[in-house]
Design a protein around this ligand. Structure first.
Ligand code: NAI
Ligand code: OAA
Length: 343
């Protein structure tokens, strides 16, 4: 009897402590490009996330409108919209734990992601400068394409300002993993909730390398395997084609971006074993001149905790990896050169 009461009291105390610890951990999340096709549903999903206590929505147009709309949803976070006034962007960023960047133009049919470089490189560079000045400690999640080049752009800007921490910069490749899980479940007639396919490399065409050998179906072979690999690599094109000039994936991307942000928030609050594939400053292929690489990454309170290598690959996947590294090297260099030439 006494023991039971003591146990209840101890447990109650523990619960109280645990509650006050987590409730005192405020998480401000900023979205740059919040009024766009990705920005709006992404902000909606973040408004529904109980880990987020403050949502800052910035866009060159429409941020306050989206914020006013979302602010009526009865979850316990504040939502504020910001405009490109002299202090709008820095106010949005100040104190942010996470900054998501979906600002920039999307593809139209016939374009590659690299065709977006000329427009999006300067948008991402300028936003990165603002983040480096206003919230250099934030974890930055780059969604704007071409991710293989925009992530190196952010790193160069941060280096030039002396605030670069490779543990806090992420290219969001979660959509490739989401697609891989869904597409393999369609081939096999299974529930995608039970299908996880590691996807490594980068985020465009042949730089995307699905490791089917590490899925639940390592014996997939021949035409079925080739078709599936191609669909995962070029899944974005399906949406661009279907939208017929009205942009690229927005809703599935918002889902993927929100999943990645949630993983970071959980890891920041001490949850162990949170692993997401993401494009980061990585030691894995630096000896081959590839500075950034997407692989499975264990997340922790400071961002990157541990970068997991790709493991032993069969010959088929080794060949895919080779093509990926080749493409990545060029894409990464293009981003670095851009900032050097246009600081
Ligand atoms: N990483 C990934 O897996 C994916 C990346 N993307 C990329 O995400 C980007 C955005 O796509 P969507 O949302 O469909 O485009 P969108 O055109 O619908 O929205 C972009 C938003 O960015 C805003 N914007 C432009 N310049 C800005 C600046 N300097 N500061 C703040 N906001 C600015 C625009 O006003 C607009 O609201 C594209 O580059 C697209 O290729 C798209 C899908 C998947
Ligand atoms: O295909 C695009 O341009 C947008 C994107 O990155 C994706 O859907 O994976």
């Amino acid at each position: 009897m006494f023991a039971a009461r003591a146990a209840r009291q101890t447990f109650g105390l523990f619960q109280k402590r645990a509650f006050s610890a987590s409730s005192s951990q405020l998480s401000k999340v900023a979205v740059l490009g919040a009024a766009g096709g990705i920005g709006q549903p992404l902000s909606l999903l973040l408004k529904l996330n109980p880990h987020v206590t403050e949502l800052a929505l910035y866009d060159i147009r429409g941020g306050p409108g989206v914020a006013a709309d979302l602010s009526h949803i009865n979850t316990n976070s504040t939502v504020t919209g910001y405009e490109p006034t002299p202090t709008g962007l820095s106010e949005a960023l100040k104190g942010s734990e996470i900054v998501l960047i979906p600002a920039g133009v999307p593809r139209k049919p016939g374009m590659t992601r690299d065709d977006l470089f000329n427009t999006n490189a300067s948008i991402v560079r300028d936003l990165a400068k603002a983040v480096a000045d206003a919230s250099p400690e934030a974890k930055i999640l780059v969604i704007s394409n071409p991710v293989n080049s925009t992530v190196p752009i952010v790193s160069e800007v941060f280096k030039s300002k002396g605030v670069y921490n490779p543990k806090r910069l992420f290219g969001v490749t979660t959509l490739d993993v989401v697609r891989a899980s869904r597409f393999i479940s369609q081939v096999k007639g299974t529930d995608p909730a039970n299908e996880a396919v590691p996807v490594v490399g980068g985020h465009s065409g042949v730089t995307i390398v699905p490791l089917l050998s590490q899925s639940n179906h390592p014996s997939l072979d021949g035409e079925a395997r080739d078709k599936l690999v191609h669909r995962i690599q070029f899944g974005g094109d399906e949406v661009v084609k279907a939208k017929d000039g009205a942009g690229s994936a927005t809703l599935s991307m918002a889902f993927a971006g929100a999943r990645f942000a949630e993983s970071l928030l959980k890891a920041a609050k001490g949850e162990k074993g949170v692993v997401e594939p993401t494009f980061v400053d990585s030691p894995l292929y630096k000896d081959q001149g590839v500075e950034f690489f997407a692989s499975r990454v264990e997340l922790g309170p400071n961002g990157v905790e541990k970068i997991l290598d790709v493991g032993k690959l069969p010959e088929y996947e080794e060949k895919l990896l080779e093509a990926s590294l080749d493409g990545l090297k060029k894409n990464i260099q293009k981003g670095i050169d851009f900032v050097k030439a246009n600081p």
